[in-house]
Design a protein around this ligand. Sequence first.
Ligand code: PRP
Ligand code: URA
Length: 209
Amino acid sequence: MQGVTVVDHPLVQHKLTLMRDKTRSTKGFRQLLNEIGMLLAYEVTRDLPLEMTDIETPMAPMKAPVLAGKKLVFAPILRAGVGFLDGMLSLVPSARVAHVGLYRDPKTLVAVEYYFKAPEDLADRVVLVLDPMLATANSAIAAVDRLKEAGAKSIRFVCLLAAPEGIEKFRGHHPEVHVWTAAIDERLNEHGYIIPGLGDAGDRMFGTK
Ligand code: PRP
Ligand code: URA
């Protein structure tokens, strides 16, 4: 599918299956999301530009590659997006963090903003929007709208599961924002939940239901 990368790494697929299992504990679910976050961060950052810098090893001077430009921004969509954050920060510890607080109205499925705080210089940084679930895409579209309004120009979207309907809608609104996901499931049900999916990611992660 154009504009979408499915991360089919065996470790990601194995861990995702463990997460889907309805008997998985809150602790196990949270730990797996963290671990998959680390693996997804590795894939999503694969093409970041490098520049050469002068260093001296104990043996000789050399030119060696380092990441070019300003530090990355991780932008988790609250709450469930936070589940990716520790894993990603363990791989990119100096990244900045933008918090995007949105909840999906259970009746209308419209995304409602309740918090937003981001670094001021978003325009100069690559922004990775994080949310385990891309269902109707209302939350993802609203988050990217808000980040663009705050200045972001280079945006990538990272999720765990996506519905085909959500991908199509998201691509329609933000065609230049590439999506990375561990799987594309069958469909949405009448309540906007991904089938087979894994249920409500936020509730499973924080043990609120
Ligand atoms: C869930 C999920 C996404 C959103 C996806 O969040 O974490 O943000 O739904 O659905 P959509 O693509 O149809 O917008 P929710 O609103 O339940 O909030 P929570 O993370 O605080 O539980
Ligand atoms: N949000 C979730 O947490 N799960 C879904 O399946 C859809 C939206």
